[in-house]
Design a protein around this ligand. Structure first.
Ligand code: HEC
Length: 219
């Protein structure tokens, strides 16, 4: 072997021995931390105590009336399904009812609503059978007559014995579910909405201008 090749071999072997010893060795000493970076800066961690503040808590309550950046949730229609305090009957401008919204809604509906309301929205989910108050079918004159904002509000805040889902489902996904519930309703009874749309007119305008009632449903 040439002297240079021998030298390279020896240093490669030396490096191997040097580094192979570093992992897996037990030691009672703290690990060598060459690059401290900003790891040991003075800071307060969540749920820790602090001597700096009089109440001894590191976590601070935001001053009254303040809102974190980007958390104002000003858009009543999108966040609460309301406009001027009334439930809306339209999708938010930024979230029109498109095929992809309905598809997303189907996906979320099958996770969050099917156990009680059933795949077809008929209220025959397995969990519903064991509830003291059964989940209703979406295919009723009462629910055909409800505004889109009502469905959004029910998901957000719950209703009577149905719990709220706002902590699990984002606003956009709630609207997606609303679009899918509407699609389910239409799939079971396409004529229902002609009737529901005609009803409020009949109370406001003269009977003569109101559209004739849609044929009665079978169920
Ligand atoms: C744990 C079972 C359960 C789940 C899950 C559930 N619901 Fe309900 N839902 C109910 C029950 C029970 C009622 C009837 C409440 C009552 O009358 O006390 C109800 C009522 C409703 C109503 C009728 C409200 C009215 O105006 O009377 C709508 C609409 C509705 N649910 C939508 C949904 C949607 C959308 C989802 C999925 C995000 C969902 N529910 C998930 C149990 C459930």
């Amino acid at each position: 072997m040439k002297p240079l090749a021998t030298q390279i071999c020896i240093s490669a072997l030396g490096a191997l021995v040097l580094f192979s010893g570093c992992r897996g060795w037990e030691s009672a000493e703290p690990p060598v931390h060459l690059n401290q970076n900003m790891d040991t800066q003075a800071k307060l961690k969540p749920y820790r105590n602090s001597e700096f503040f009089a109440d001894g808590r590191a976590m601070r309550t935001p001053p009254e009336g303040t809102v974190a950046q980007g958390k104002l949730k000003e858009d009543d229609h999108f966040y609460r399904g309301k406009a001027n305090g009334e439930l809306v009957d339209a999708f938010p401008a930024a979230l029109p009812m498109t095929e992809s919204l309905v598809n997303r809604g189907e996906n979320r509906y099958e996770i969050y609503c099917t156990p009680c309301h059933g795949k077809a929205g008929d209220g025959k989910g397995l969990v519903s059978k064991r509830l003291p108050v059964q989940a209703p079918s979406f295919h009723s004159d009462y629910l055909y007559g409800q505004k889109l904002g009502h469905f959004y509000d029910v998901i957000t805040n719950g209703i009577r014995s149905m719990p709220a889902y706002s902590h699990q489902i984002t606003e956009a996904d709630r609207w997606a579910i609303v679009s899918y519930v509407r699609a389910l309703q239409l799939s079971q009874n396409p004529n229902a909405f002609a009737k529901a749309a005609a009803e409020p007119q009949a109370t406001e305008e003269s009977e003569a201008t109101a559209e004739p009632e849609a044929p009665a449903k079978e169920d």
